[in-house]
Write a protein that binds this ligand. Sequence first.
Ligand code: SAM
Length: 220
Amino acid sequence: MTTHTLELEPLLYNYLLSLCLREPEILTQLRQETTQHPMGRMQIAPEQGQLMALLVQLMGAKKTLDVGVFTGYSSLVVALALPTEGKVVACDVSEEFTAIARRYWQQAGVADKIELHIAPALETLDRLLAAGEAETFDFAFIDADKSNYDNYYERSLQLVRPGGLIAIDNVLWSGRVADPQVQDNRTKKIRAFNHKLHQDQRVSLSLVPIADGLTLALKN
Ligand SMILES: C[S@@+](CC[C@H](N)C(=O)[O-])C[C@H]1O[C@@H](n2cnc3c(N)ncnc32)[C@H](O)[C@@H]1O
């Protein structure tokens, strides 16, 4: 979901973008088209996408998970950073949103790297585990329905190899997690999830205050 990095003043945020962003034209086109979409705010921020691409490159990742595709920014930015033989297993429930993603994957020439599963992500992740794919993934990005974050995290923790990375989006939830007055279910779920990860000795942890907050959990 797009939120400007932290509460940066627009002047500083635009400065940051102007000096850090190296967004390929195809991603700029996708971002601009998605901005016009009624649900466009669900798209990740471009500086966050660039960080994810850098992490994938740094790890030499080949096999990745994208939980929550929408119009395809996160899957496309990762697919572009993968080697030719790389693969993204992408999960979403919406044919309508992912039709846009598919169009951009084709245009970018990475459609054959991306395997889209239209089904509740939990079912897809369980099918991957049942098919013996535990510990075969290098990287997972979690950005679907917040009520299932813990389930997606637990499945991803089984699916990534030791030394694999799980990135979880929206963990700062526009600041609502820090406001004790906010007690809706989604906020409470994210808050509880953040507490759990803080204690979770199975991973090394960093909560990166980029966009809407991106937790990085490295499987020990
Ligand atoms: C925040 S958007 C993902 C944004 C995307 N990562 C990007 O870079 O633009 C969340 C997506 O999760 C999908 N979603 C919601 N519930 C889901 C579920 N149970 N299983 C799989 N996908 C789901 C929605 O259809 C939506 O496309």
